[in-house]
Ligand binder design. Structure first.
Ligand SMILES: NC(=O)C1=CN([C@@H]2O[C@H](COP(=O)(O)OP(=O)(O)OC[C@H]3O[C@@H](n4cnc5c(N)ncnc54)[C@H](OP(=O)(O)O)[C@@H]3O)[C@@H](O)[C@H]2O)C=CC1
Ligand SMILES: O=C(O)C1=N[C@H](C(=O)O)C[C@H](O)C1
Length: 233
């Protein structure tokens, strides 16, 4: 597969290593939006760039009939526009706040647990995420996905960053050293706590999931999620 990388930072470089190990070729590394791109030589694009760059990169790929996988977080106010454009162009697009297999299993566990906790209002839910100090966005995209899945199955109707407010799920964001990504969902009561936690040891799982998604999307049309790719639905 001929892959173009939008963003050649920590994730772009990890994805390059994973893609080469799986016998793919990197045909372009795009780091700024003014760069000329030969879309005729690209099978699939993978975007791990910046919150302000992601939507432009995704649009460019859809406009040029190139399937696009995006893992960039912090741009979701434009997600619905990306979905509309993908349908209009009959393109192929996957966004995931987290591409790792482990976190996608954790998402399933979180959704299941939130259904079990439905109506047990003696428990207060709280989410914590810890990442490296270079991370630009807070809360993490993964923490937002976790909160949204709890909201679907509970009396909570929104989340709030680093603050407690009635009816809101508190998300605490911490930035410590080079932490690749740790997420905890806790249900706390006066008599006990229930906690589920995912700890990434490095970025390899994110990169592997993104390359698997890129392999999976070839020849498909539509807007997909990692649930489709991993057949978890
Ligand atoms: N979904 C998932 O599984 C994961 C998502 N992420 C997300 O991926 C994103 C990238 O993370 P990470 O690699 O750690 O960040 P980095 O800061 O290491 O890399 C981002 C790269 O994007 C480049 N860039 C800037 N502008 C553009 C542009 N217009 N087009 C393309 N590239 C551009 C930057 O270049 P320059 O330095 O020159 O500005 C930089 O090289 C973040 O949003 C992060 O949250 C991270 C890990 C897993
Ligand atoms: O910026 C990161 O590093 C990560 N970002 C993603 C997020 O915001 O959830 C995924 C992962 O936790 C690493």
């Amino acid at each position: 597969m001929k892959i173009a990388l939008f963003g050649y930072g920590k994730m772009g470089q990890m994805i390059e290593r994973t893609a080469l190990d799986r016998d793919h070729t990197i045909v372009a590394k795009i780091d700024i939006d003014s760069q000329e791109i030969d879309f005729s030589n690209i099978d699939v694009a993978i975007d791990f760039s910046l919150p302000e760059a992601a939507f432009g990169n995704i649009s460019k790929c859809l406009d040029n009939n190139t399937p696009i996988i995006s893992g960039t977080t912090g741009w979701l106010n434009k997600y619905d526009d990306a979905v509309t454009l993908c349908k209009e162009k009959q393109g192929a697009f996957i966004y995931a706040s987290n591409f790792s297999l482990g976190v996608n299993i954790f998402f399933e566990l979180n959704a299941h647990l939130s259904k079990m906790m439905q109506g047990l209002e003696q428990y207060q839910v709280a989410i914590e995420e810890i990442h490296h100090t270079q991370k630009l966005d807070a809360p993490s995209g993964t923490a937002i996905t976790l909160a949204e899945d709890v909201i679907k199955n509970s009396h909570y109707n929104a989340w709030k960053l680093n603050q407690k407010e009635q009816g809101h799920i508190p998300i605490t964001s911490k930035r410590i050293g080079s932490t690749p990504g740790t997420h905890t969902v806790a249900y706390n009561s006066l008599v006990d706590d229930i906690t589920i936690k995912h700890t990434a040891h490095n970025r390899a799982g994110f990169a592997q999931g993104a390359v698997i998604a890129a392999e999976w999307i070839i020849g498909k049309t539509g807007v997909f999620t990692m649930r489709d790719v991993l057949n978890l639905g």
